[in-house]
Design a protein around this ligand. Structure first.
Ligand code: 4IP
Length: 252
């Protein structure tokens, strides 16, 4: 049986993108990340609607342990993606057959290799219920509040300052759920350290160090000073880290 990983919103008129097997309609950013991280591989990608407007889309791409999102715009049948304008849907799709290579501000190159299908084969097999009872929690259906951890991932090189010896070393950083890890380099499997963002009280621009594009993460026992290659990149890191802190606060 074929099952869609996303649903199409009612009332939508037939869209030309419907023929594209890796177009996931209204799949949310959160669901795209969960899907690609749990079931995709490095280079898996999909196309989805963006919440920015009816002719705005996003390409979500798995890059190792993170998912990056790039905007696609459609205007008068023309698609704009990255540096390119594609006069028709066919041209746009043909571009993906050639495994496009994207470079983001973080300096990472991502090859879009594996389109992630909207429909996947699934067996129609169900478990049979043998026991069905319920705990008497006294809760009402209005108390059923669905919740899931916010995703949002990022990775890239940053230069960090040592704790006691104040030297600066380039390290590979990954951000996943509430953990910011740094590794000696990209290819290392084990991190030097994992920072638990639930203990972080602030993320701020820093002008106290003689370095540019610096920001700091304040923890009770230490303030970590990190520098990005560009202001845009520092901004990207700060935005996502601050967003994580705001999500953590909300759950308290
Ligand atoms: C080290 O300097 C590195 O900068 C370490 O960073 C740092 O540990 C050490 O801080 C600092 O002494 P040397 O390599 O010259 O010894 P990294 O772990 O990224 O290699 P932190 O705690 O920053 O990871 P102190 O606090 O151990 O001095």
């Amino acid at each position: 049986m074929s099952v869609c990983s996303s649903t199409r919103s009612c009332g939508d008129e037939l869209d030309e993108l419907e023929s594209v097997g890796w177009y996931h309609y209204d799949l949310s950013r959160h669901a795209a990340e969960a899907l690609l991280l749990s079931n995709g591989a490095d280079g898996s990608f999909l196309l989805r609607n963006s919440n920015k407007g009816s002719d705005c889309f996003a390409i979500s791409v798995r890059a190792k342990d993170s998912v990056k999102h790039f905007q696609v715009k459609r205007q008068g049948g023309k698609y704009t993606f990255g540096f390119n304008d594609f006069p028709s849907l066919q041209d746009f799709i043909r571009h993906f057959a050639n495994q496009p290579l994207l470079g983001s501000e973080t300096g990472n190159l991502i090859v879009l290799r594996l389109p992630y299908p909207r429909q996947v084969e699934e067996p129609s097999i169900y478990e049979s219920v043998c026991v069905h009872t319920a705990m008497q929690t006294g809760r009402h259906e209005r108390d059923l509040i669905a919740s899931a951890p916010s995703l949002g991932t990022k990775e890239g090189y940053l230069v960090k300052q040592g704790g006691i010896i104040k030297n600066w070393k380039q390290r590979w950083f990954t951000l996943n759920k509430n953990e910011l890890k740094y590794f000696k380099d990209k290819m290392f499997a084990d991190p030097i350290r994992t920072l638990d963002l639930t203990a972080c009280s602030a993320v701020q621009f820093d002008y106290t160090q003689e370095r540019i594009n610096c920001f700091c993460l304040v923890f009770p026992e230490r303030t970590y000073y990190l520098c990005a290659k560009s202001g845009v990149e520092a901004d990207e890191w700060m935005k996502i880290l601050r967003w994580k802190l705001s999500q953590i606060k909300k759950c308290r």
